[in-house]
Design a protein around this ligand. Structure first.
Ligand code: ATP
Ligand code: MG
Length: 289
């Protein structure tokens, strides 16, 4: 059996539109462990404790459309635990665009994924979680401002934590870093944040990536520094939609920065990012042999 490209039967451009964000919620963890509620999340947290990655979950930080973020403690300090929802709750529609062009050598696996069988959904789910770790490791080692991944770099280690992704918390345990979308900035801070956001996007482009959901909703602001988050949908140049995703990121970044008084068009933003991508990048944290 020959392999095939994921997304051979992907839907058209209309699937591109940004989906609305779910409202933010803050619940104490005690509320989650109430009888009959969220037992699967409890099971995952129990497994993470048994594996020694987590010692205590302190609070739920935010519940998004695909994952819930918790503040937790572990052997290496305060961490952010991102727990992806179960299979039934996920649509995997977004995968179609982002995974397009990815070659799946095992045709049976490719067919299961395309057909959305139970096994296929499981593979997609695992792939989505592992993609976030893989990207986080690559970007962190390359010296970008992203949270330090706390499990890995071997996929054997981090696949054991699925459907959770563990990374260092930006900010403090009782005061996690705000997103740029909700931070209030002075004009000088806004200028700095914009500059760093452009460079961050350029740094990813230099490595051959488009973030795929780049805006102030996925940029944290802490101690005058921008940190990029949320990477499962990162795409590479092999994706036939790469240029469109890049242009859409530039537009989203520009639009979302308007509330901070930055006025730039999507086109001008993209040109500036491309210009910076030709220049030198950050110093790698890990030097490859
Ligand atoms: N390393 C981190 N340190 C501090 N806060 C974080 C960190 N990573 C994520 N967060 C917080 O958790 C939220 C959810 O994270 P993320 O954006 O990765 O998940 P998501 O499910 O895609 O959420 P959304 O649907 O809102 O984009 C972020 O908006 C941010 O407030
Ligand atoms: Mg996000």
């Amino acid at each position: 059996m020959k392999g095939r490209f994921y997304g051979d039967d992907a839907p058209g451009e209309e699937k591109f539109r940004r989906q609305r964000r779910a409202p933010q919620g803050r619940r104490r963890v005690a509320a989650l462990t109430a009888e009959g509620e969220d037992t699967s999340e409890d099971d995952v947290i129990a497994r993470l404790k048994a594996l020694g990655h987590v010692t205590e979950v302190l609070a739920e930080l935010k519940s998004g459309k695909e994952a819930t973020a918790y503040v937790a403690r572990g052997p290496r300090g305060t961490l952010l635990l991102k727990l992806y929802r179960d299979l039934q709750a996920r649509s995997f529609q977004r995968d179609e665009v982002y995974r397009a062009g990815v070659y799946i050598p095992d045709a049976r696996a490719a067919k299961a994924m395309a057909g959305r069988s139970r096994k296929g959904l499981e593979m997609l789910h695992q792939g989505w979680v592992c993609a976030e770790y893989t990207h986080l490791w690559h970007l962190w080692e390359a010296g970008l401002n992203v949270p330090e991944p706390l499990v890995g770099p071997s996929p054997f280690d981090y696949s054991a934590t699925a459907p959770a992704v563990l990374m260092r918390l930006i900010g403090h345990e009782d005061q996690p870093a705000p997103r740029l979308s909700e931070a209030s900035l002075t004009p000088e801070e806004a200028r700095r944040a914009w500059d760093q956001a452009l460079s961050g996007m350029a740094d990813m482009l230099r490595l051959g990536y488009a973030h795929g959901d780049y805006s102030t909703y996925n940029l944290l602001w802490w101690e005058n520094t921008v940190t990029i988050i949320d990477f499962p949908q990162l795409t590479t140049r092999q994706n036939p939609h790469f240029r469109d995703l890049l242009a859409r990121d530039a537009q989203s970044l520009a639009t979302s920065f308007r509330r901070h008084g930055v006025q730039a068009s999507g086109d001008a933003t993209l040109r500036e990012v491309q210009r910076r991508a030709l220049g030198p990048g950050p110093t790698p944290r890990v030097l490859l042999p």
